[in-house]
Design a protein around this ligand. Structure first.
Ligand SMILES: NC(=O)c1ccc[n+]([C@@H]2O[C@H](COP(=O)([O-])OP(=O)(O)OC[C@H]3O[C@@H](n4cnc5c(N)ncnc54)[C@H](O)[C@@H]3O)[C@@H](O)[C@H]2O)c1
Length: 284
């Protein structure tokens, strides 16, 4: 099915980024936030992001206006009824996502594809909350969505060929490279990335090296664009903890057991950039 109108649920880091990507690809976007203040903040953030691209000469002013014209921010989930595809990008919590899939199934057209941007959670459990498990799929973008080239298309046991094909075509229309992966915690990227990030927190906690030296070592020694602690702050420490908990629950591999310091930082509401405090301080 050709996707022309996309619904996005959740206006956090990822929901806003996916909205920008889809609107720039020429699709109509309906972005649902729970609160009007978040919907307004999302539009303001999009204006700022596109404005920066105009300043740098990467986007024409007319194109910026056209992209903004294609995004509608709403608070009522019922506004997504007529979308061809809905991508949910709410908190990484299985109970919340299952509840949402149940609601979307009731609200959306029978042929609407329902997708999740989950980083690790079982897509099949969301699919089974609906009466259309063949039309549920994972479409996993990376952070920041407008910049990162990859999308993982996550096919669960119930996903039909047609749904997986539509998800791949949507990702490609958004200018992304799509890889196909089975519904197993962490998919490809996070299954490989998170033991590394987790072990960086353990090194820090054990006093083996300082925050700055751990990050400098991985940038200088492996040519990574960011150090692991900087990257955790970008991803969000709450989201990172949820990812590790899900990986550990699935595999019981000690490499996935979240470092105690990570859990303590989340308890202290130090979520990284989004709360302006994490391994680094962003308050100045
Ligand atoms: N942060 C990343 O690097 C990254 C990358 C890829 C995928 N993801 C996935 O994207 C999803 C969103 O992550 P994010 O980084 O944008 O998080 P975020 O914390 O920035 O945003 C989460 C959004 O969910 C909303 N929310 C919270 N509880 C809710 C509920 N019960 N019902 C509806 N909405 C609720 C919040 O208001 C917020 O708008 C998660 O599934 C995450 O695993 C994150």
């Amino acid at each position: 099915m050709a996707v022309e109108r996309v619904g996005i649920v959740g206006s956090g880091i990822m929901g806003s980024g996916i909205a920008e990507v889809a609107a720039k690809a020429g699709l109509d976007v309906v972005l649902r936030s729970r609160a009007q203040s978040s919907a307004d903040a999302m539009i303001a953030g999009l204006e700022k992001s596109l404005g920066r691209q105009v300043e740098r000469g990467k986007l024409e002013e007319a194109e910026r206006d056209a992209v903004l014209g294609r995004v509608r921010a709403v608070t009522d989930l019922a506004e997504l009824a007529d979308c061809d595809l809905v991508v949910e990008s709410i908190i990484e919590d299985l109970a919340a996502k299952k509840h949402l899939f149940n609601e979307l199934d009731r609200i959306c057209r029978d042929d609407t594809i329902l997708a999740t941007n989950t980083s690790t959670l079982p897509v099949v459990e969301m699919a089974m909350e609906t009466g259309r498990p063949d039309r549920v799929v994972g479409i996993h973008f990376f952070n920041p969505a407008p910049m990162m080239a990859l999308v993982e298309v996550v096919r669960c046991i119930t996903t039909s060929d047609a749904t997986a094909d539509s998800a791949r075509s949507f990702a490609e229309e958004c200018g992304k490279h799509a890889v196909l992966v089975r519904d197993q915690a962490g998919f490809i990227v996070n299954a490989l990335l998170f033991p590394y990030l987790n072990n960086a927190v353990r090194l820090l906690d054990a006093g083996v090296a300082s925050r700055d030296d751990i990050d400098a070592a991985m940038k200088g020694g492996c040519n990574f664009p960011m150090g692991p602690l900087e990257l955790l702050d970008l991803v969000g420490l709450d989201t990172s903890l949820a990812i590790l908990d899900a990986l550990y629950a699935e595999f019981r591999d000690p490499n996935y057991a979240p470092a105690p310091l990570l859990r303590r930082m989340v308890s202290a509401e130090r979520y990284g950039r989004k709360s302006r405090q994490g391994f680094y301080d962003y308050r100045k």
